[in-house]
Design a protein around this ligand. Sequence first.
Ligand code: PBG
Length: 331
Amino acid sequence: MQMIERPRRLRSTPGLRKMVRETRVDASSLIYPMFVTDGSGRIEEIKALPGQNRYTVDMTDGRIESLLKAGVSSIMLFGIPEHKDELGTQAYAEDGIIQRAVSHIKEHYPEMYVITDVCLCEYTSHGHCGMLHECCGHYDVDNDSTLELLQKVAVSQVKAGSDMVAPSDMMDGRVKAIREALDAEGFSNTPLMSYAVKYASSFYGPFREAAGSAPAFGDRKSYQMDYHNRREGIKEALLDVAEGADIIMVKPAMPYLDMIREVRDTVNVPVAAYSVSGEYAMVKAAAANGWIDEDSIICEMAVGAFRAGAQMYETYFAEELAGFIKEGRIG
Ligand code: PBG
């Protein structure tokens, strides 16, 4: 067979370039993370996340409408209660912040798909993701007693109207526990997205400012993953699929593209990537200094995650991205 000496370049014209594109991006894959807080009449700016706010329930409408108009029809809600306590009771209170926010949004905007974060760190006074117990002279997070609370949190969120629950606490066995609790309450059709591949990351810094959830002591290294480990990430993903997770999330996104690809090649459920607060903050800071072109960077980061294998992409830039997709800048 004769060798082709000079292969044709398939990117010489825009139409052809687009025809042979390997990665397609659609606004229906985007999830926007949104913070809701107790009280009324307030939209509080989050300093470390310029352009992002904490909304009281009555002030969410404007943002929900602009998201829907842009083409973003999924959000993930994070609740930040006024009163935190040791047991994180506001996380499963019937009139808790997240429960009220979900029912408000679903009542007024049923077309918005609402995912709720299942975790305790935004609700506990100590900022850890679970119950504490004293062990060998220091406090530690108690995995098993936390599971019961997570079950309560998930059930109360779905009762309030949540379309999907997303446990992010990283306790062992929580997917199975939450699945069983939802099924027992008659919510067997509610999907569960597990933050299975969640690394102990400094990229969550701005989120913790936003949620006031920085641990009061210690860190989350005992329950979030060591970022040196790749095979452990796969193990976590496989365990969660076996426990009944419908979607596996990898988080953060940009420094973990290898994990997105590896998980995508390993599991047979959809894979989501969460481009976290630190990724957003870095882009915003560099752009504010005129060091990078913000819009192009947003596009490149998103396409990078999709190219790596993500089918869903959670990002604080969701609304901007939907705009770029509409303009044909990416997609
Ligand atoms: C835990 C949770 C965190 C994030 C999402 N869910 C914080 C943490 O684990 O410390 C971080 C998201 C982000 O940084 O954007 N409830």
